[in-house]
Design a protein around this ligand. Sequence first.
Ligand SMILES: NC(=O)C1=CN([C@@H]2O[C@H](COP(=O)(O)OP(=O)(O)OC[C@H]3O[C@@H](n4cnc5c(N)ncnc54)[C@H](OP(=O)(O)O)[C@@H]3O)[C@@H](O)[C@H]2O)C=CC1
Ligand SMILES: O=C1OC[C@@H](O)[C@H](O)[C@H]1O
Length: 387
Amino acid sequence: MASLVKRLYTVANPPSVPKSTGPKPLLFGILGAAAIAPAALILPARSHPDVIIYAVAARSKAKAESFAKKHGIEKAYEGYQALLDDPDVDVVYNPLPNALHYEWTMKALAAGKHVLNEKPSADTAEETQRMFEFAEKKGLVLLDAYHYRFHPALKRAKAIIDSGELGVVKNVDVKMILTKGMFGDGDIRYDYALGGGALMDLGCYAMNCIRYMTSLNPTSVVAATPVAYEPASVPASYVKNVDRRMEATLGFPNDITATIACDLGVPHNFGLIPKIPKITLLVEGELGSLEMFNFVMPTLYHSITVKIKGGHTRVEKIYKGTEGKGEAWWSTYRFQLEALVDRIREREPEMWLEKQDSVDNMEWIEKVYEKSGLGSRPKSTYNAPFE
Ligand SMILES: NC(=O)C1=CN([C@@H]2O[C@H](COP(=O)(O)OP(=O)(O)OC[C@H]3O[C@@H](n4cnc5c(N)ncnc54)[C@H](OP(=O)(O)O)[C@@H]3O)[C@@H](O)[C@H]2O)C=CC1
Ligand SMILES: O=C1OC[C@@H](O)[C@H](O)[C@H]1O
């Protein structure tokens, strides 16, 4: 209990380390005064000697200034292009709504910046492919922020599966169920034009995790059942193409099946009692199963339960890698930042997400949307003139 409290406290209040005196630390700029930016980048940067959060841009100058003041950021820009025009920015963090990932990542790359792009990559696989091809052409690093993948607990879960201890994998199930009320009606997650939907927001992790654990891509979408998002008061223009919930069954090679259930706000029991959020990965093999509780934010708390049929059950918890870098209080975002900086500095990161992983993930998200009848999220209208 004491180590849990200490870990949670340090995640929220990480130590600040002196910044490197040589080479000059990387200067990061943030596009948008986004809700996720403090947890995903500003706090992790404190303990990284090679990272300074130098600039933020927002659609309004006042918002940028207030965010910069709150987080001790030197520069505040009105408009995202102004930040990209600053030659001192080395790396851009793009936590804009999903539908703006493509446009602003392309513009950041065009400006010669490395990019940490929020998940899901973009609205379509084609856009994802183009972003990575453009990064390659420019010789820049582009990383989609599937932060959970960088935590040693995920590496351990995969190592157990790959070791053959569970025998041949038969089924994988990922549930990401959040409780009603976490996101209000105006949230970007419920806006189709901004690339909203449960499958985009949560399902992108689920799809990624299933593909990672099996080291395979699906071969088919067997079924996809959406539950439409219904706002409290339904405007005349309301179109039911945002999924509050999505359930999908996927076929994989070797007769493996996988199921996904993701929900941005499951209704309360009897309309009153909030349901407990559920974020789990279950892998069933011929010889046994592995269940990982909280695979997305393992630093906070997680467990990996391995049950061998007719045999033993054990529980593993891995907060700090046995090899390599990291502390028990490093969030998934801190591990991710370490890898990003290593890659930019041309050191081999301990974990990385390759271009094809991001592209394939978007491709299968689109396929699930097609099967569900809701269709892909709208393609960006931005025509990159510099591809
Ligand atoms: N890695 C993770 O754990 C998480 C990742 N995410 C991802 O990060 C991204 C942002 O999520 P989150 O921080 O929750 O989002 P926010 O609702 O905070 O929006 C992010 C920013 O989008 C900007 N924006 C630009 N255009 C619009 C528009 N038309 N409507 C609304 N906002 C706009 C706003 O910038 P401005 O300040 O300029 O007004 C806002 O600050 C998403 O892609 C999401 O999937 C989200 C949460 C967790
Ligand atoms: O990690 C997350 O948890 C909550 C989600 O809505 C968010 O977008 C996601 O990245």
